[in-house]
Design a protein around this ligand. Structure first.
Ligand SMILES: [Zn+2]
Length: 167
């Protein structure tokens, strides 16, 4: 994507300025895919920053906030792993994934922002894998590093630190 405010979100093209999405027809050839991306970039080149990530009501219950994330969150495999581990009553061991890079961690971080009760429950993720265990032990440090990266938009060693943790 040419604009730095157009991206992918939950499988659709997404504009972080106006919040509009465009679904891609699947299956899709590389040529058509490129055309869709170029078209979306062009349509959103000059749109104004009016969209902000919707957040659940302060008075919402933990369950309602988790439901809100499912509808409005920026989902990826690692944040869905937290969701299934802390929300679903049964553990499906397959398809479990930890965040592999700062962008994956960002989606996990946004889930915890939407459901703050789950920060205290993250210790449960330590049972999932050794990588998750080390991630949870360093969650506050990773959160600080991510917030710094989001602010400065510059790498700060977070990716390398995640690799040291076995991500
Ligand atoms: Zn837009």
């Amino acid at each position: 994507m040419k604009n730095n405010h157009t991206t992918f979100r939950n499988g659709d093209l997404f504009c972080t300025h106006c919040g509009r999405t465009k679904s891609l027809p699947l299956p899709i050839s590389t040529r058509v895919f490129t055309a869709y991306c170029e078209d979306f970039d062009e349509q959103h080149r000059f749109c104004k920053k009016t969209w902000t990530q919707p957040m659940p009501d302060g008075g919402a219950s933990e369950y309602e906030k988790a439901q809100f994330w499912l509808r409005n969150g920026d989902r990826g495999i690692s944040s869905e792993t937290i969701f299934s581990e802390l929300y679903l009553p049964v553990r499906a061991k397959n398809n479990y994934c930890h965040p592999l890079d700062p962008d994956d961690f960002r989606r996990c971080y946004l889930l915890i922002q939407m459901v703050p009760e789950w920060r205290a429950k993250l210790s449960k993720m330590k049972e999932v894998s050794e990588a998750w265990s080390r991630l949870v032990d360093n969650w506050d440090k990773l959160t600080e590093m991510l917030e710094e990266q989001l602010e400065t938009k510059k790498p700060n060693g977070m990716y390398e630190f995640m690799k040291e943790l076995g991500c």
